[in-house]
Design a binder for this molecule. Structure first.
Ligand code: MG
Length: 228
């Protein structure tokens, strides 16, 4: 029985990767860079995006957002106010209320995405530290947000998520003075599971460090347009 179960999981991930490659082909054809933004619920993904989108606009990068949620469009409504194209993808809309986005869900949203009008697509994944890391969606890069209110041991408890990402944003550093939190210890744990990850300390509330995040996104968009 155990062997059968493993086989099924492998098949599911194989099928997902095939669809992810089809997504990737579509994005490449339009010269659009795609980043997959992941975190636990409440780590501050949407607020960080609100901040970073300003920097992208100032750099002349046309960004769009694919907003993944189980239900509702609270975050998409916030981001639409910033005059960027936002497409809402709800996993309870025919996808069984999944706790992550997979390649097939993203595929279903591709026709709604204005790929000719954007240079960078930011996919805000469903808040979850486990499942989103397992499903490629056709992205160029994966980013995770980890906030200082979550505990220094997160990278050791959820290593796959930390290992899957090129960039780890450590958010809410403005709260450090109120917390018994050892930031160096968290960073050490991140490096333990992913020595290659780029680490950035940010505060979506005050804007500290967000310039660096915007620049990273600008460079990601530039790489895709050169490759197209
Ligand atoms: Mg959000």
């Amino acid at each position: 029985m155990h062997r059968t179960k493993v086989r099924v999981v492998e098949d599911v991930l194989d099928a997902n990767n095939t669809i992810a490659r089809a997504n990737r082909d579509d994005f490449d054809r339009h010269g659009v860079a795609v980043v997959n933004l992941m975190s636990a619920p409440g780590a501050g993904k949407t607020r960080l995006l609100e901040r970073a989108l300003d920097g992208l606009a100032a750099a002349g990068v046309r960004a769009g957002v694919l907003e993944g949620d189980v239900q509702g469009s609270f975050d998409a409504d916030r981001l639409s106010a910033l005059h960027v194209p936002v497409v809402q993808l709800n996993t309870d809309g025919g996808f069984g209320g999944e706790c992550h986005l997979d390649a097939n869900m993203v595929r279903s949203a591709v026709p709604a995405l204005p790929l000719d009008e954007i240079d960078l697509l930011i996919v805000e994944n469903v808040g979850n530290l486990v499942c989103p890391a397992e499903f490629r969606i056709g992205e160029d890069a994966r980013i995770m947000v980890c906030s200082v209110t979550e505990g220094e041991d997160k990278p050791l408890k959820y290593p796959l998520m930390f290992r899957a990402c090129e960039l780890v944003l450590i958010n809410k550093v403005d709260l450090l003075e109120h917390l018994d939190f050892d930031l160096e210890r968290l960073e050490h744990h991140v490096r333990q599971v992913n020595p290659d990850a780029r680490l950035m300390r940010v505060s979506a509330r005050t804007g500290e460090g967000v310039d660096g995040f915007s620049r990273w996104l600008v460079e990601a968009a530039a790489r895709a347009s050169v490759a197209a």
